[in-house]
Design a protein around this ligand. Structure first.
Ligand code: NAP
Length: 275
């Protein structure tokens, strides 16, 4: 039977993962299928069990199941453990193994696709949800000069900083304390700005000359965060499509043992972006 893979979420119809993994499979000559699995909000574990019984070998996990996937796994990688969340499940002989490839997705996108080094840079992460937790450890691994984290709910930023205190210095900052501070790299890891007519809650002036703005959110055009940065003179920026593609490549490597070339998938999903 051909090995089966899927992305599981709710909603999941919008997911670009099937297109990405089909392209990786074609390019690397892997015999596999990849589908979308809509799990009921109260039926994640049952959906995973049914997928396993039907020959499923691996899953990408998206909103709102990343914490449940972590809890369901019999083994978790250091990156999934650090995040407390899982976006990649692989079926092994003893059950599902959890990993988290979101962080390496951001770091690879910044370094390989945008030529941005985090080393010796002052980095600001906006947000303290699942995505922010997933990116802190790989960012610390690049040896930035400092990592600060600011979140609407201050206590969550403090929790994230405490969670990674053994891995490096992460400074929680109240949003109000951002005024007057500047950074080399500012990453938006929040859903602020997604709602129609939304405005962003951060003070202007966070970007140093030459700073890079990175939005984990992606869309067909520039996101609100990137437009906000651009209006402040920032010229170096990227949205999270590259993160999506690079995290998928790392999931593919975990499942199939081969890291696919991501460049053709950028061409496929956004033909004009890299012209
Ligand atoms: P999450 O766990 O629900 O966390 C949401 C975060 O956004 C929290 O920090 C929350 O602050 C903050 N937030 C929400 N509304 C806000 C507002 N109006 N003003 C200020 N802060 C607000 O979500 P997540 O999984 O971390 O995802 C965050 C974003 O990253 C999403 O937009 C998601 O699409 C994107 N993402 C992209 C990729 C990719 O591959 N490109 C991967 C993962 C996630 P509070 O703590 O105060 O509620």
């Amino acid at each position: 039977m051909t090995d089966r893979y899927a992305v599981v979420g709710n909603p999941v119809a919008h997911s670009k993962s099937p297109t990405i993994h089909a392209a990786f499979a074609r390019a690397t000559g892997q015999a596999m299928t990849y589908e979308r699995l809509l799990a009921p909000l109260d039926g994640f574990a049952d959906t995973v069990r049914a997928f396993e019984a039907a020959g499923g070998k691996g899953l990408n996990v998206t909103v709102p199941f990343k914490l449940q996937a972590f809890a369901l796994a019999v083994h978790a990688s250091p990156r999934a453990t650090a995040a407390g969340a899982c976006n990649t499940l692989k079926l092994e002989a003893d059950g599902w193994h959890a990993d988290n490839t979101d962080g390496i997705g951001v770091v690879r996108d910044l370094s390989r696709n945008h030529g941005v080094s985090l080393a010796d840079r002052d980095v600001l992460i906006l947000g303290a949800g699942g995505a922010a937790r997933g990116i802190v450890l790989p960012i610390l691994g690049e040896k930035p000069r400092s990592v600060s984290i600011a979140n609407r709910t201050e206590s969550r930023a403090e929790d994230v900083a405490a969670r990674f205190s053994r891995d490096g210095m992460v400074t929680p900052l109240p949003v109000a304390a951002l005024a007057g501070r500047t950074f080399d790299i500012v990453l938006n890891a929040t859903s602020a700005g997604l709602a129609a007519g939304a405005t962003l809650p951060w003070p202007r002036g966070l970007f140093r000359p030459g700073a890079f703005a990175y939005d984990l959110v992606y869309g067909d055009g520039p996101t609100l965060f990137l437009r906000w940065a651009g209006a402040q003179g920032v010229t170096r920026m990227a949205d999270g499509l590259g993160m999506l593609i690079e995290q998928a490549a790392e999931s593919f490597r975990i499942w199939r043992g081969v890291l696919p070339d991501t460049a053709p998938v950028f061409e496929l999903l956004r033909p004009t972006a890299r012209a």
